[in-house]
Design a protein around this ligand. Sequence first.
Ligand code: FRU
Length: 324
Amino acid sequence: EGDRKKISIGFSQSVGDDIWRTSMNHAMEVEASLHPEVSLKIYNANRQPKKQIHDIEKFIEDKVDVIIVSPFESDSIVPVIEKAKIKGIPVIVVDRKVNTSNYTAYLGADNIEVGRLAGKHLVSISKGHANVIQIYGDLNTSPGLERSLGFKQIVKQYPGIKVFDIDSDDFGHPKTNYIKLLDSLSNIDYVYAFNDLIAYNAWKIAKDKGVDKKIKFIGVDGLNGPFGGIQYVKDKILEATVLYPTGGSEAIRLALKIVNQEIVPKNNKLNTILIDSLNADIMSNQFDKITIQQSDIEQQQKIIKNQEKKYSTQSNLLRLLISL
Ligand code: FRU
């Protein structure tokens, strides 16, 4: 058992402080723990592009077997990704895109499709007549750009739908012009926010003003659990959310395939789906089941490890006795 080859995976996380990111890290840790030969190291760049570059440099120096990167910026990170490739270390990019094709594989859901799903849902419930506030996360990122692009592709076909664009800050709070818009236009029907956290914060502000009942909120991410989008849909805080899977466990599985010399597709698409009151329960039940299965397997792994330990002390003892 002891001579099974160790596989080291380095993961460079970009934004460390929200539940989508912690849930991605957690999914990776769980998946890694299911493969005893894997050692996973996670560095968190805390939104600092320089720190992220430095973290990846460190993985290159340490000669890890695979690097997984969830990029903060799409440009500044290019040289270090290319450097890893030159040094022969495969790189998997997850979520945000990078402006080079010199990586091994990309993994993530299609954000244009995410935007379109939100747009189609809005068209169908509003019957093509609505005033909408779209609240961006970071417009400089590929998810930000594409979620807006997909959404606008759909709603622009309906002249009865008007969209006002608003920014949010780094921590998911709509900027003050959101409040101004709510004040000046009394007929806002929908808010489409780029993630569930922003959608929740926008709802909270509307609630404090007493206008939350007039507005339907649509978010993105659809995490399971107490502060996730699915729960917000169940609580009727959000009208809907669009699932944007973190890809944590898939990234580890992809890394293992690459290390084992399997040929993998360059673009690995994760599925997305619209979650509203009709399917929120089914979705959370399904996710709960997966979580339970995973923790069962984790439990089993622990038991096996303990047994192995016991067995090896016993056999050492036996060997000792024989040698006497
Ligand atoms: C979390 C997050 C998610 C979003 C993703 C896009 O940091 O904003 O809500 O889906 O990043 O990069």
